[in-house]
Design a protein around this ligand. Sequence first.
Ligand SMILES: NC(=O)c1ccc[n+]([C@@H]2O[C@H](COP(=O)([O-])OP(=O)(O)OC[C@H]3O[C@@H](n4cnc5c(N)ncnc54)[C@H](OP(=O)(O)O)[C@@H]3O)[C@@H](O)[C@H]2O)c1
Length: 236
Amino acid sequence: MNLLLTGAGGGISKAILPELQALGYTLLLTTRAADALKAHCEAQGIPAKVFPADLTKEEDVHALFEWVAAQGGVDVLVNNAGVAHAAAAWKLDAAEMQKVMDTNFLSAVRCTQLALPAMRTQSFGRIISISSVVAHKPSFGTSAYSASKSALEGYMRGVAIDVSTKGITANTIAYGYMNAGMLHDVPEPLLEEVKRGIPMDHFGRPEQIAAAIDYLVKSEYTSGQTIHINGAQWMP
Ligand SMILES: NC(=O)c1ccc[n+]([C@@H]2O[C@H](COP(=O)([O-])OP(=O)(O)OC[C@H]3O[C@@H](n4cnc5c(N)ncnc54)[C@H](OP(=O)(O)O)[C@@H]3O)[C@@H](O)[C@H]2O)c1
């Protein structure tokens, strides 16, 4: 089964690639830094194919999906690309918000739109978008990030309805604080404060995320949902 992972050069992606490979997925990866990711995969013995794309650029996303078609298409799309953002609401203007939305939300819209026609034709597909606990429980300065992930979750619920008769599901996985990637950009004192708010008392192990992705691939009756992986930090 072909799995296309966006934002594949990131910390969480690198942590879950071995698990996804072990689960039997054929890995199609996209990142802006393709050479570095190819080198990483070679060093790790992961037989992935890598295509460079900036998902904020329409032409890059079209080129990506032409390449995907040449690889045999996509069965599972994981919209993982995202950027962290911090600004107090009184300093956040619409232009800055738009940039965050472009990467965290519209990149997923671009990829989902181009993935769906072939999924509809083959009557099978899985769209999985990556959100955050911050969409549900924002902390100071996260209004843009929180809004972009909330938009993503609402979008997945709407997509789930539109494709519900076509063997396609659309879901979101909302991570808490996982020990990889953008978490490592959070200043140490803030990290300690965040950790105190996690009942399980530790950051998430990103390797486990592959199991949630695999569950959503295998569960044909789970659609329009948000799966929370957050150490009991927040509950719906
Ligand atoms: N780590 C956490 O605790 C945590 C918690 C909640 C949610 N998340 C979400 O999990 C996902 C992965 O995060 P991470 O922690 O692994 O962060 P990361 O290491 O910063 O990885 C994010 C990835 O997104 C990609 N990206 C950013 N802008 C892009 C663009 N314009 N076009 C294409 N790719 C772009 C980056 O690609 P390049 O390789 O091209 O730079 C990078 O590989 C994100 O959606 C994040 O919001 C993470």
